[in-house]
Design a protein around this ligand. Sequence first.
Ligand code: CTP
Length: 402
Amino acid sequence: MNIILGVSGGIAAYKSAELARAFMERGHAVQVVMTAAAEEFIQPLTFAALTGRKVITSLFGSRTSEEVLSSSVEHVRVAQEGDVLVVAPATANVLAKFAHGLADDFLSTLYLAFEGRVVLAPAMNTNMWRHAATIRNLEALRARGHTIIEPEEGMLACGTIGPGRLADVEKICDAALTAPLRDLEAETILITAGPTQEPLDPVRYISNRSSGKMGFALAAAAVARGARVILISGPVHLDTPRGAELVRVRTAVEMRDAVMKHLAESTIIVKSAAVADYHAANVSGQKLKKKAERLSLELDPTPDILAELGQKKGGRLLIGFAAETQRLLEEARRKLKSKNCDMIAANLVGQDNTGFESDENEVVLALSTGEAINIPRGSKRAVAERIFDEALRLRLALHAVR
Ligand code: CTP
């Protein structure tokens, strides 16, 4: 394997020398890329000696104009040749640059040009690790399907005790070398996500608290496992997983039309969107004016996309969601039957730490075989992976029956 080892500036930079050696000992080729800050902590010569290759240290560091020109495309060449990009230690700054797509040095430019698997091993001060900005950045990177090797707890260089120490070198090495699962390569997966917005007038709408995080996590997981992903999403504030084809919609009717348009191409459909059940019978062309008396709105039901899919699915695997505040499994089984699905993933909403806006979820899967499977609380990405594991198992079971 061709491994690109990114080293950014932190006390733990010396441990990346051990990591480079571990990769080499296992028979892999290693190209080291150092940030300018990393050079303050460790000499490029150390890595050059360990890997037998010239270490790349900066984007525009070369002297002659020819050298500047050739180095300005080198990040593309290195990106194309690498199978996996491992950054250890990954500082808060590198995480932020990657999350936002900044490209002001060789490593961050290479990252944008790189299409393979990304493994990040952060190391930093505990407060930096827990900062809301870092949490958001990690969330965005996880949503893109990158593997984050969480730092360990311990005494840090700054004297504090807490999480922030670079993970064990063997652990980073194993994560980088583990072949990713590509068991969805033959699939085209249609995923709906987020809320829908049903306009009342030019400035107001009916909607719900769905953040889209579950659907986007499903999309990232499916892309990482090799699927072609068509992600049909209502209005959300999330980064689109790299490789997913995003179709933006606003209303339930628009979502229905987009889903039906792409139905023929799909092999698996996952309806994680929280579709509004009602829309205004008459949308006002002008802003509704405030009056003293009570206002009643006339609402009509929106098309039930999942139920329509249940009628048209053919041999496709149809997975619905159910957001409930009570009687989880009972409701899931009712929807499974009434909408002719193969699986319903049901989760409790209206609680603090799972459901709509949360980064975590906990679901019960009701299967058409009669089974019920509990997926314990975990990140939405972890739950997404389990849903696909169970979906593939279910399809095998259904085919065996037919
Ligand atoms: N759904 C849909 N179209 C709708 C409403 C819901 O496709 N107009 C889908 C959702 O994407 C989800 C599933 O149906 O996969 C269940 O959604 P939920 O709101 O929990 O169920 P409802 O059918 O609306 O039932 P209820 O309101 O009675 O709970």
